[in-house]
Design a protein around this ligand. Structure first.
Ligand code: MIC
Ligand code: SF4
Length: 644
């Protein structure tokens, strides 16, 4: 029996475990990336491990998220990351160089290699045939130290793309169609592989748009074959030597098959407030639009912005619309500026934002009250824009640009003639914002620079055999890590200060959560399906842990968050009988007995002292996870197991 693309890479990188669906496999990690919103914590964790230099083939620290400096905090984080990177052997991408995933695709991604990043959209590099996965900061720190990355061997889904896209229909519409079919829960525990003749019609950046938003499916990762288009892209980036062909074997076996006829797709939008609430633009009608934002790691490539520039050419943005454009990287912005393209954009009245995540993570550009905002981004979770009453629609660059001119949601196919762009065979390469680390023999001379807002990683206690505590919160299905640990300009400066950021935990769900937890001391959280979907931010686990949450009892969990909970020392448990979810209320006093024994068997018993009921819970943990939970967290466990 042949192998799928993912199986081939896993096989090449297998450190331990059996490649059987559902079993834990440990993988050797070739490359890591961090960004600044998760990076400070990841490097604090790395520092706590006392490893002098990173042991990967390549580790890169990007500054792209917290680029709005309204106080010293973000700037201090950047200085800290820059100093650690220099000392520990990490390439440092300065602010202004671009969004981590876009820059990584341009300059570093290599087919057939493994990459983990402390950001859920790391699978963007799957567009290059790389096995790229989002992870918590602690997992990335361990990988930087040469440790393996542990995943559950996933199922494999093949999405066969047939024919090619019609004009004004784009890669974004393909992934929106996949989200419509599979939903935000549909990819959990799966690797999504793309195949079929339609693949040939897609460039690497288009493929990367699709694998990027595979994160919204909850998938372990998404991946395209590496083919002639991949070679062309690498050649244009001056890296042809990184090319290797990679595809699934003819007789590879997939657990699920989906077929999409690209020629039948139409422009689409994900409606508020979930990326899988997908409708055709033609069905939605002429919604009046207040704001349009183009950019983010999903849609900020040169091809995207050249297309936008062609649509905006000789036009003026509608008087009631604010159009903001953030190019994905310095390379993209430079190349726009070397042609008429940037002038077209400026002339139209668009606001040029810096090459960073910006509004995608709520760093500026919050829309007005009740506004309708169209974004080429990947997430439209409630409140993420910074304006609770805003309605965010996720669309393609073509739809965004057409709507910005008209002032209402516009099907770009009504623009008439097809927009033709010429992609360069050679990109402008100037890596002057990628700082190389100091040589190993000079590393001792470099001092790591902390700031007053950078607090050490919390010291966690080992697990106890019985947990008696109240329910501090009960939430419904599809709770995102944005619900648990909001981001935005107000909160992000405290990513390196767990005590301070804990004040904001669940604030949009229950403003008193933090205070109540402190009063309770220890507590449980009860949740519905797909708890913790979205961002990889480990703060959504580290902070509840700091606030005394001992276990989260849910109907099901998102992959990265479940791993982050274990790494933080919170037990993620699921109901054996989902109906028991309805029987527990906020404030109930619960007891989890014989925890140590249950960790071994995977069967947990929960007593509800308020209602005198008993529930059966499931928590299947491999040996390593059991030990992490018992130790108190992954850092404690790693300290005790130096070989990690
Ligand atoms: C996001 O898109 O939500 C983020 C911000 O990039 C996060 C990481 C973070 O919260 O720092 C992600 O996707 O993992
Ligand atoms: Fe940045 Fe947005 Fe991409 Fe997250 S999704 S990495 S915030 S651009």
């Amino acid at each position: 029996m042949g192998y799928t693309i993912g199986q081939k890479i896993i096989k090449e990188h297998l450190v331990s475990g059996n490649m059987k669906t559902g079993e834990t496999v440990a993988l050797k990690i070739d490359q890591t990336l961090t960004q600044d919103a998760t990076g400070t914590m990841a490097y604090l964790e790395f520092e706590a491990m006392n490893i002098p230099r990173v042991k990967t083939e390549l580790s890169v620290a990007y500054i792209d998220h917290n680029t709005l400096q309204t106080g010293f905090e973000n700037a201090d984080d950047h200085r800290f990351i820059q100093s650690v990177a220099k000392k520990r052997g990490v390439v440092f991408s300065k602010p202004g160089n671009g969004i981590c995933h876009q820059v990584h695709l341009e300059r570093f991604a290599i087919p057939g290699k493994t990459l983990i990043g402390s950001d859920s959209h790391t699978p963007t590099a799957g567009g290059m045939g790389m096995l790229a996965m989002g992870a918590g900061g602690l997992d990335v720190a361990v990988a930087m130290g040469g440790g393996a990355y542990y995943i559950t061997m996933p199922k494999f889904v093949r999405i066969t793309l047939k024919n090619s896209l019609s004009s004004f229909v784009s890669a974004k519409d393909i992934i929106l169609e996949v989200l419509r079919i599979l939903t935000v829960k549909g990819g959990v525990g799966k690797i999504i592989e793309y195949a079929g003749d339609g693949v040939k019609s897609l460039s690497v950046p288009e493929r990367a748009t699709i694998t990027n938003m595979g994160a919204e499916l909850g998938a372990t990762t998404s991946i395209f074959p590496s083919d002639e288009n991949t070679r062309q892209f690498l050649k244009a980036q001056g890296r042809e030597e990184d090319y290797m062909p990679l595809s699934a074997d003819e007789d590879a076996v997939y657990d699920e098959e989906i077929e999409i006829d690209l020629s039948k797709l139409e422009p689409m939008a994900a409606c508020p407030h979930m990326p899988d609430k997908v409708k055709k633009i033609s069905e939605l009608g002429k919604l009046k639009v207040d704001q349009v934002l183009i950019g983010s790691c999903t849609n900020s490539s040169l091809a995207d912005l050249l297309t936008v520039s062609e649509i905006l050419k000789n036009k003026t943005v509608h008087s009631s619309v604010s159009l903001g454009i953030s190019p994905g990287s310095k390379q993209v912005l430079t190349m726009l500026s070397e042609t008429q393209a940037l002038k077209n954009i400026i002339d139209s009245g668009a606001r040029i934002l810096e090459c960073a995540c910006g509004p995608c993570i709520g760093m500026g550009q919050s829309p007005s009250t009740d506004a309708i905002s169209l974004r080429t981004f990947n997430r439209n979770f409630y409140g993420r824009s910074g304006t609770q009453s805003a309605q965010i629609y996720l669309v393609s660059p073509q739809t965004a640009a057409a709507s910005a001119i008209n002032g209402y949601l516009t099907d770009p196919r009504t623009l008439g003639e097809e927009v033709k762009i010429n992609l360069p065979t050679q990109f402008v390469i100037n890596d002057n914002l990628l700082e190389q680390p100091a040589p190993a023999d000079k590393a001792d001379e470099i001092e790591v620079i902390y700031g007053p807002n950078i607090k050490p990683f919390p010291d966690n206690e080992p697990l106890s055999d019985e947990i008696q505590a109240k329910v501090s919160l009960k939430v419904e299905d599809d709770i995102t890590t944005d619900h648990i640990m909001p981001a935005g300009a107000r909160v992000l400066p405290y990513r390196s200060n767990i005590p301070k950021i804990s004040e904001f935990c669940f604030e949009n769900v229950d403003p008193d959560f933090s205070k109540n937890c402190t009063a309770l001391g220890e507590s449980f959280v009860v949740a519905g399906l797909n708890y913790g979907q979205g961002s990889s931010r480990e703060h959504a686990a580290l902070v509840p842990k700091y606030l005394g949450v001992k276990a989260v009892i849910a109907k099901s969990f998102a992959r990265i968050h479940a791993a982050n909970l274990v790494n933080a020392g919170i037990i993620p448990l699921t109901f054996k009988n989902e109906k028991d979810y309805d029987k527990i209320s906020k404030g109930d006093l619960l007891v989890l007995t014989s925890v140590f024994e249950s960790l071994k068997t995977g069967d947990f018993r929960l007593i509800n002292k308020t209602t005198n009921e008993e529930y059966e819970l499931v928590g299947k943990f491999d040996k390593r996870q059991q030990e992490i939970l018992r130790a108190g967290d992954l850092l404690k466990y790693t300290g005790a197991n130096k070989d990690e």
